[in-house]
Write a protein that binds this ligand. Sequence first.
Ligand SMILES: [Zn+2]
Ligand SMILES: [Zn+2]
Length: 338
Amino acid sequence: MPVASALSADELDQLAEEAAERGEPTAGAAELVAVVDEGRLADPQDDVIALGLAAELLFQAEDLAGSLALTDRTADAHRAHGSAPDLVLMFRARLLFLLDRADEAMAELTPLRPLLTSDPDAAAEIAEALVAGGRGDTAHEWLTSAVDEARAALPETDELDEAGELATEIMYALVTARHAVRHELGLPHDSLDEMAEELEAAAEEEHRAELTAALSGPVLFFTATEFDRLAERLPDVAESCGPTWDDHRADIERILAMVVEAGITTARGIVPGSADELAALVAGRGDDPVDDVAYDYAEELADRGVGVPWPPARNDACWCGSGAKYKKCCLPRSRQGD
Ligand SMILES: [Zn+2]
Ligand SMILES: [Zn+2]
């Protein structure tokens, strides 16, 4: 008899994301709550993740009362594990404001205010809650005084120890949240806003560089025959890069379309792999994560020069080896599931 396997934190994220993409946030929330209630968590401490995601989904579904109830459950779960529910309470305050329970919202937020200068996640959450309650002025006042306080903690050198890194991160969170609030209030740029925009641009550039690094490697591909073989030799790998060959092809087409959209020109294309070769490498590398082995295998294939250029011309044979024209084969796959 098949038994539903326990879900990891990543799988919970995926479940929530897919429900949101399908436009079924309420069903997704119910599913996540069921996972908790039926004890189907790989790690029981992940109930805070499942319940928190469910609360967000109900928020998306505009079921504010339902979201509030789940937020309370999430906060209780945090307390049961001995962890602080601070961020959950900030979200709870936002819900209370939206439910016209402003006094309760302020009672929730006020004791959390000191976190602005100690927790880098606090600034955006607190600001969003206050702005949702029409209290942009309060948000502005809190953030500005927190900036003054945080400035004193900033390190004077560029060589950051752990405390210095945290202080910098908090400063970034404060000035960017303050910048957003000031735009919301229609205030003109001041010198901190200039700084915020410079920092935001730098973070954007860093993000792009990371994305480039992640996407510019060769993409491992299995032809139809090799994919069947992969399902025999390494069923878990076939499952995660499929589960079907069509899914596999569609994923690759989508990844490469994304690379092009991000303006990354250094991508090294698609490398067709052999299921037997990969299985032999996996077997030879003992406890190494299969993902790492697959990554190295793709690099090795690229070094052998077996890459397939992408994209083909619309009327040329498709890169996947199906024999069909690209425009009738994988090109339209990139647009499925949008
Ligand atoms: Zn601005
Ligand atoms: Zn194709």
